[in-house]
Design a binder for this molecule. Structure first.
Ligand code: IDP
Ligand code: MG
Length: 148
């Protein structure tokens, strides 16, 4: 089933000038980049995006990291995009991530770990809507963002 997921390249990758390499991996692994935008997250946007982690001890550190510089947000399309992008990302902790994954290649540590990916269809729909607005749901046009 063709599916959409939400992906984000985090500030560590952009500061290290590795965003092109991550985008290349995404394309070479068969994802279609349907939407892409680079910009700075506000503190409010970051807190909203990571609200599920609000009670975690690393929440403040996470919000501070993800607002420390620009990010690149994307809507990615592929068959089983959600699972496939999580596989390409690798484990949360770059030290545990499999060889060839984005986090193994470009992550720094468990906090500064290069990329984000939605973990379920429900969260993909929420995250895509948060960043790209109410999707037009135009099934005639594959270049139009649809909900996952
Ligand atoms: P995920 O990004 O692989 O889905 P989550 O557990 O959902 O991992 O955590 C969200 C983000 O919070 C991680 O990508 C990472 O940036 C940060 N994070 C997770 N665990 C830790 C930790 O133990 N210390 C610091 N930051 C963490
Ligand atoms: Mg997560």
């Amino acid at each position: 089933m063709n599916e959409l997921t939400f992906a984000m390249i985090k500030p560590d990758v952009i500061k290290a000038k590795n965003s092109g390499k991550v985008l290349d991996l995404i394309e070479q692994n068969g994802f279609e980049i349907l939407r892409m935008q680079k910009g700075q997250l506000s503190k409010e946007m970051a807190e909203d995006f990571y609200a599920v982690h609000a009670s975690k001890p690393f929440f403040n550190e996470l919000v501070s990291f993800v607002t420390s510089g620009p990010v690149i947000v994307m809507a990615l399309e592929k068959e089983n995009a959600i699972k496939e992008w999580r596989n390409l990302m690798g484990a949360t902790d770059p030290l545990q991530a499999a060889p060839g994954t984005v986090r193994k290649l470009y992550g720094t540590n468990i906090g500064e770990n290069a990329v984000h990916g939605s973990d379920s269809q429900e969260n993909a729909a929420i995250e895509l809507t948060l960043f790209f607005g109410q999707p037009p749901l135009d099934e005639e046009n594959e270049n139009t963002v649809q909900q996952a």
